[in-house]
Ligand binder design. Structure first.
Ligand SMILES: C[S@@+](CC[C@H](N)C(=O)[O-])C[C@H]1O[C@@H](n2cnc3c(N)ncnc32)[C@H](O)[C@@H]1O
Length: 271
């Protein structure tokens, strides 16, 4: 085999993560984002597309890692026997529980845990299908992939960024910052290969213009991308808003983006 077999993709992932502009968010950051994330992602073409790709059997049990407010877990639970939704954010799981009750679903179990925790010690057992949708926020990618693979009996699905993923490099450029997007799916694909897993790859276009219930929510979400505005950036940010933010006839607000965000779906069957 050529020298490429020796490439340490886990190290490349970790180093690329350290260089990225948007640093890791803890469970409290996700807690704060839970309500607006839930509202914004209630109707999501991305989720419809992902469900079409997964096409689960009605008898399946599904483990959803980084389930958030149930954007996938709730529509998934309508189609399968049982869903376990794992997330480290209490507020996200609260949103999920409220959403599941409103949908009349009694087949979702929530588990509050981080990627890094010992899931077996929490009583978690392998499910037919394991999914990690837009939730691969880990430093040790290899450990996360091995764990996800272990907790699946039949198939594993994960979605990962392509390039900047959901971040808009133009927002950073607008306030005068350089933007390093961090690792994307090509590292994950190679790391899987080094683990002997030959994953298939699909792509899902993310929404082009994010839609928000109010102007304040749209602005909050953009500022969240920047973490916080630094002195001297406010005026530039206002100029960006004036150019890109618009109110629709139905009263919702949209942000026009030139970069179309794309997600990669990596999936494989267990031997
Ligand atoms: C972008 S949301 C994705 C939610 C849902 N899977 C979807 O695709 O709509 C990412 C979720 O991953 C969770 N998350 C991030 N880092 C995590 C970690 N280290 N352990 C467990 N959950 C984590 C966050 O709390 C958040 O709910």
């Amino acid at each position: 085999m050529g020298g490429f077999a020796e490439i340490d993709w886990n190290r490349i992932w970790r180093e690329t993560r350290q260089q990225r502009t948007c640093k890791a968010k803890g469970s409290q950051d996700w807690d704060r984002k839970a309500a607006s994330f839930a509202r914004r992602n209630r109707q999501s073409p991305y989720i419809d597309h992902l469900l079409t790709i997964i096409n689960p059997e009605p008898t399946a049990t599904v483990l959803d890692v980084g389930a958030g407010p149930g954007t996938l877990a709730i529509p998934m639970a309508r189609r399968v026997r049982q869903v376990t939704a794992l997330d480290f954010s209490t507020r996200m799981l609260e949103e999920l529980t409220v959403g599941a009750a409103a949908a009349g679903l009694g087949n979702i179990t929530t588990v509050r845990a981080a990627w890094e925790d010992d899931w077996s010690a929490l009583g978690l057992v392998p499910h037919d299908i394991a999914v990690a949708s837009r939730s691969l926020a880990v430093d040790d990618l290899e450990a996360a992939l091995v764990k996800l693979n272990h907790f699946a009996r039949q198939r594993v699905y994960l979605t990962d960024r392509v390039g900047a993923g959901p971040f808009d490099p133009e927002v950073f450029a607008a306030v005068g910052r350089t933007f390093e997007s961090g690792p994307d799916y090509i590292i994950t694909l190679n790391l899987l290969y080094s683990l002997g897993i030959h994953a298939r790859v699909d792509f899902i276009p993310a929404e082009y213009s994010a839609c928000y219930a109010s102007r304040a929510e749209a602005v909050d979400s953009l500022i969240w991308m920047l973490e916080e505005l630094q002195p001297g950036e406010a005026e530039k940010f206002e100029t960006y808003l004036a150019e890109r933010l618009s109110c629709q006839v139905d009263g919702t607000w949209t942000v026009a983006r030139r970069h179309r965000p794309l997600w990669a779906v990596l999936w494989w069957e267990k031997e």
